[in-house]
Design a protein around this ligand. Structure first.
Ligand SMILES: [Zn+2]
Length: 311
């Protein structure tokens, strides 16, 4: 999978600063009464998706290690680790955050005790630092140690991880769902975790106030759809495992929303939502308490917050 041609940024991983290896194998046992909410599904050889509450989690198993992509919520980490153990006993070496929303990074604060490093875009770390400044110092933690890319989210960034015999690509393509999204690709098995750049089943959330951009998202999806091999398997940030067919439909959907905005200058988000043929896109349904057609069109016009604001 060709992930980036224009710019390649080489970053050396500071593996020499790894925590003691012994810490890797000490999984916390789930309490006996912990609800079993996680479900594991195989995506490709050595790649799994773990569904639970919040963003989908990716699990990559290499010859001697495992890599987690996102971690949902702190309270769910014991159950998550149990789900991981149904696939592998190998130590989780890296935790990658696709972006900084709480339903993707909430488990960081626990998992940092056992992984060698948490890896994310620079803006994920920057925003988490700002958020944690408001917290009691005892509740802070779980910040990414290895940050890729620049604060200027328009700068593309790439990091290649070479773990055992597996190559893992992290790619930041610009502002999209937030200003710190990374796509995680495993080219040897044509698998990819797209984070919240890809919602399937529900209307996408563009966190305009968090540096996201509807047009940026649409152009990233068009770019990925152009180079993604037909056989690729995709873990979306939310929704079922899918493939290129669904991604191409998503590209067309985002472009239809853009075209509707362009064809109706002067209309507000409510009017745009009312006149859009949403029924033609059944794969993307509004969620009344989160993203409605109106909040989506608001984001498409570059206005925040891109979701319903609860009183
Ligand atoms: Zn998100």
């Amino acid at each position: 999978m060709r992930v980036l041609t224009a710019l390649a940024i080489g970053l050396a991983l500071a593996v020499g600063m790894a925590r003691p290896l012994g810490a890797h194998t000490k999984h916390r046992a789930a309490p006996a009464d912990a609800p079993k909410i996680h479900r594991v599904e195989k995506v490709a050889e050595g790649v799994y998706c773990i569904f639970g509450q919040g963003g989908n989690i990716g699990l990559i198993v290499t010859a001697k290690h495992a890599v987690l992509i996102d971690d949902q919520f702190e309270r769910l980490v014991p159950g998550l680790l149990e789900a991981v153990k149904t696939v592998t006993d190998k130590p989780i070496k890296y935790l990658v955050n696709t972006h900084g929303h709480p339903d993707h990074v909430g488990g960081n604060v626990v998992l940092e005790k056992q992984v060698t490093a948490i890896i994310a875009h620079t803006n994920v770390r920057r925003r988490m630092v700002a958020e944690q400044a408001k917290l009691d110092p005892a509740k802070r933690g779980g910040l990414p140690e290895l940050a890729l890319g620049a604060e200027d989210s328009k700068e593309r960034a790439r990091l290649n991880i070479h773990l055992d015999d597996t190559e893992i690509h992290l790619l930041h393509m610009g502002p999209g769902h937030t200003d710190g999204d990374v796509i995680v690709g495993i080219p040897s098995v044509l698998a990819m975790h797209m984070g919240d750049l890809f919602f399937l089943g529900m209307l996408p959330y563009i966190d305009v106030e968090g540096g996201g951009s509807f047009d940026g998202l649409a152009s990233q999806i068009a770019s990925v759809a152009a180079w993604l091999p037909d056989a690729a398997r995709i873990i979306p940030g939310h929704g079922p495992i899918c493939g290129k067919k669904e991604l191409v439909r998503y590209r067309d959907f985002l472009q239809a929303v853009q075209a509707h905005v362009k064809a109706n200058p002067g209309k507000d988000a409510a009017a745009l939502a009312g006149s859009f043929d949403g029924a033609a896109w059944p794969e993307w349904k509004p969620t009344p308490a989160f993203v409605t057609w109106e909040s989506l069109f608001s984001a498409a016009m570059g206005k925040g917050p891109g979701r319903v604001v609860r009183p």
